[in-house]
Design a protein around this ligand. Structure first.
Ligand SMILES: Cc1ncc(COP(=O)(O)O)c(C=O)c1O
Length: 414
């Protein structure tokens, strides 16, 4: 079995005991399954079958160089959210023509760098940004390939903090304005409109919003054609949710069917930007219990050496991650509030969890931390970024060493 499982008395990643990695590299440590990363990419790719499509892995989910390179080698293209993610993508081997530049606040400096690169598209977020891209392209004497990100005013039914498709969200261009911009394209010589883009949120577990958003993009594509502009593809964003808590989420086949059915009549290829659905389940965070103390009559605090600095999602939006002892060794169970070591009461990793009774020094693993785990980690409380380990074909290697205080202060002066 690939990924994380417990074939005998302890959890393993692709057959390698998590405890062996933790002993060698210390904790906290992120551990990724190369086999599962490949499988997740391939499963989504396969699900689209013969419908022309391309996956642009969303680097924001996990942009560790080795992870990006592995997905590049698996056939993925990339979605980058800043000029630094674009540069990261290039270092991981993605040619500029395989990179889409998304993001709501592209600075003038970022656009200056991006326009001449020959990216697959700059996904534009406003009329002002389109004008800025155009001005740079004109000055450089090039044609910028752009996609317009439409804000469809659709509720993704995800957590409000990761919903991006409503009018009140900062993302995208209102529908009316998108139509006006589309109409202006034929007279703008330095812009090539190659796609319409939509992304209504992340961790989406209902297919309805995805279908509505895709259908709207399909309708817009027809209007674009009416202006004599030939789009190359439709960019339907990322957002497919994963099951953090064993609850039902759409299968990749259902997801692909919903998207293809919604836009098939346009006969345009689909681009998607999955991040979480590829990297999430392929990674775990392994931590050690550093203290236990009473909380209520029925529960204790289990203080871990990992918290919001290593996995911000629970503190940021109450996200749920499964937490289990790496080597469950007790016959009894107890309820714990898993908390981190950070000086914030919001530094809770998991609330009210019944697990086999723990002792100080035990290892626990936190599931589905491959996406938005290391990517969102911080140095708060001067905590060093953990090591990252990639398990591949029965062996493992450090793909990022643990940060030191010297690394942290290297940019500082007194
Ligand atoms: C424009 C865009 N594309 C893709 C993604 C990746 O989303 P997910 O990781 O949910 O697939 C995001 C993240 O929110 C995004 O903002």
């Amino acid at each position: 079995m690939i990924g994380f499982s417990r074939p005998a008395h302890q959890f393993v990643c692709d057959g390698v005991p998590l405890s062996a990695i933790a002993e060698a590299e210390g904790t906290p440590v992120y551990i990724y399954s190369a086999a599962l990363l490949r499988e997740r990419y391939q499963a989504i790719d396969r699900a689209f079958g013969g419908y022309p499509h391309r996956l642009h892995y969303a680097l924001k989910a996990n942009s560790s160089l080795a992870v990006a390179r592995l997905l590049r080698e698996s056939g993925s293209a990339a979605d980058a959210n800043s000029i630094w993610e674009i540069e990261l993508a290039r270092r991981a081997g993605f040619p500029p023509g395989d990179v889409i530049f998304t993001g709501v606040g592209k600075s003038a400096a970022e656009l200056e760098c991006a326009v001449p690169l020959g990216l697959k598209a700059i996904n534009v977020e406003s009329a002002g940004e389109l004008a800025r891209v155009e001005a740079i392209a004109e000055r450089l004497g090039v044609t910028a390939r752009v996609a317009l990100r439409v804000n469809p005013d659709i509720d993704s039914k995800s957590h409000p903090h990761i919903s991006t498709g409503l009018k009140i969200n900062k993302f995208g261009i209102p529908l009316d304005e998108t139509r006006q911009l589309v109409a202006s394209i034929p007279r703008r010589r330095h812009l090539a409109l190659v796609a319409i883009h939509v992304h209504v949120g992340s961790q989406i577990t209902a297919t309805g919003p995805l279908a509505s958003a895709a259908a709207l993009v399909g309708e817009l594509a027809v209007e674009v054609r009416g202006h004599g502009v030939a789009l190359e593809y439709l960019d339907l964003g990322g957002g497919l949710g994963i099951s953090y808590d064993h609850r039902h989420v759409p299968t990749v086949e259902q997801y692909a069917r919903v998207l293809t059915d919604s836009v098939r009549s346009t006969r345009l290829p689909i681009v998607i930007e999955p991040g979480r659905a590829i990297a999430g389940p392929a990674g775990a965070l392994v931590a050690r219990v550093v203290d236990l103390k009473p909380r209520t009559a029925d529960s204790d605090f289990a203080v871990l050496d990992a918290g919001m600095t290593e996995l911000m999602r629970p503190a940021l939006y109450g996200a749920y991650h499964r937490i289990e002892p790496v080597r469950p060794n007790a016959a009894s169970e107890r309820q714990y509030e898993f908390v981190g070591p950070v000086c914030e009461s919001s530094d809770v990793v998991g609330r009210d969890r019944m697990v086999p009774t723990l002792e100080v020094g035990d290892l626990v693993w936190i599931a589905d931390a491959g996406a938005y785990g290391s990517a969102m980690a911080s140095n708060y409380n001067r905590r060093p970024l953990p090591a990252e380990v990639l398990v591949d074909d029965g062996t493992w290697r450090v793909i990022r060493r643990r940060q030191t205080l010297d690394d942290m202060t290297a940019l500082e002066s007194v």
